[in-house]
Design a protein around this ligand. Structure first.
Ligand code: PLP
Length: 451
């Protein structure tokens, strides 16, 4: 049955639109107008249409070339159109894109084995996205925290979540409930109850908030959206010991920082202990949607068929590509490349920080880099784009670089040359009172926690 949409009827009809397009004169403008008219306004998009990419470069519909230092926000770890990824997609798309989780496919088991080897954990559940993996991990924590004597349907005594200030875990209800940034969470209240936020790297605050009612502490091993803030070793160790002491789970969100981004398979591998659960997504299937929850045998032992599931997660095409992605990282020695190129970038940026006094701080872990400014970051993103360089800005003042793991020494030099011009030419804009009052508040808390 056709739905009667008064909103649609009130919109420009094709003939009217054609007139509008003729004035603007191109198919590109038609696409942009359709987007403006028909999409939910959830993004402030740049007025360009990206059409394709090759390696570390992306091209728009006018043929303009960009050096891609955003990498689809940490998704395109192998850049664009990597020949081995393209080959597997072609081969498997012609065989089976989707089967069903009611049957086995040839790739899910081997991919789970590989992720278990990389992570040191035991069992895997495949989801479709990062946020879905976070929600699943929260369900596992509630399951683990529930005493078998407590009747189902009543709130378990051990049900609270601790998360961190300045965190970002996703947009579904569970994930947004443990996301600290108020503009993402507050419009949707009431969110999942029982969540409390501790200050990043503040061990005493963590100790004060941790008790036997906590079923899990969630943390990003390196905060991404928050502006590239790594968890300190002291904080990780204390979170681990408190979780063990209270029989709660330590959940490491490695959706942005995991799978090689920091130069290790997982960012938590710089510590001597493991989490009970880690969640990954973004680069896992070379740009196809795939997330995963990795956990221990102890946590997995509480799960039985029917408790959790998904239609699309773990499909044969996405899993085949993910297996190839992990093999490419190994075969092309990309962890080493991440470490080497990351060090070169850090060194080059440190030199630029001496030259431009509005650069406050460089925070870098492998190829996850934040450049904190004392002025608004958005104008730099726009200037960079004009000059053929993609990056983004998070929390108003931090420029974020997430280049692909395959970048070369020459591309690092190309970036540093371009970025120097961008730093020089961008009109500097003092912080607006609005941004200072919202995101700025998080930054102040951070400075205090780190200071
Ligand atoms: C650390 C972290 N967790 C969770 C998410 C949510 O992932 P997705 O957008 O795939 O739902 C993101 C996305 O940016 C993230 O950076």
């Amino acid at each position: 049955m056709m739905r009667n949409s008064s909103k649609k009827n009130s919109k420009a009809q094709p003939a009217q639109k054609a007139g509008k397009f003729a004035a603007l004169g191109s198919k590109r403008d038609a696409c942009l107008l359709d987007a403006e008219e028909f999409l939910l306004p959830t993004y402030k998009r740049q007025p360009v249409i990206m059409t394709h990419g090759k390696g570390a470069y992306v091209f728009d519909s006018t043929g303009k070339k960009y050096l891609d230092f955003l990498g689809g926000i940490a998704v395109n770890a192998l850049g664009h159109a990597h020949p081995r990824i393209v080959k597997v997609i072609r081969r498997e798309a012609a065989r089976a894109i989707h089967l069903s989780n009611l049957y086995h496919n040839a790739f899910q088991g081997p991919l789970a084995r590989k992720l278990a080897e990389w992570s040191g954990l035991d069992r895997v559940f495949f989801a479709n996205s990062g946020t879905e993996a976070v929600d699943g991990a929260m369900k596992l924590a509630r399951l683990h925290g529930r005493n078998p004597e407590e009747s189902a349907g009543t709130p378990a005594k051990k049900h609270r979540f601790l998360a961190l200030e300045n965190s970002f875990h996703g947009r579904t209800f569970g994930a947004v409930s443990v996301t600290a940034t108020e503009k993402y969470r507050l419009p949707f209240a009431p969110v999942v109850p029982g969540v409390e936020f501790a200050r990043l790297n503040d061990v005493s605050d963590l100790e004060a908030k941790f008790d036997s009612t906590v079923c899990a502490i969630l943390l990003e091993t390196v905060q991404g959206e928050g502006g590239i803030y790594p968890i300190s070793e002291a904080f990780w160790n204390r979170a681990r010991s408190l979780a063990t002491q209270h029989d709660a789970l330590l959940i490491a969100d490695e959706i942005q920082c995991g799978l090689g981004r920091t130069g290790r398979h997982f960012a938590y591998q710089r510590f001597s202990s493991k989490p009970d659960i880690t969640v990954v997504a973004k680069p896992l299937a070379g740009g196809l949607p795939l997330g995963a929850i990795l956990t221990t045998e102890a946590v997995a032992s509480r799960v039985s068929p029917g408790m959790h599931g998904t239609t699309f997660g773990g499909g044969p095409l996405a899993c085949a590509v993910a297996l190839e992605f992990l093999s490419v990282i190994e075969d092309e020695n990309l962890l080493e490349n991440v470490q080497l190129r990351g060090a070169e970038l850090r060194e080059g940026l440190t030199k630029l920080a001496l030259q431009f006094d509005f650069i406050r701080e460089i925070r870098a872990e492998g190829l996850m880099i934040g450049i904190e400014l004392s002025v608004e970051g958005a104008p730099f993103v726009n200037e960079a784009m004009q000059r053929g360089l993609l990056m983004n800005c998070t929390h108003d003042f931090t420029l974020r670089l997430l280049p692909p793991f395959i970048i070369t020494k020459a591309q690092v030099r190309e970036f540093l040359n371009l970025f120097e011009i961008v730093l020089e030419k961008t009109p500097k804009q003092a912080a607006t009172s609005d941004s200072a009052n919202t995101e700025g508040a998080g930054r102040v808390a951070h400075a205090a926690a780190r200071g």
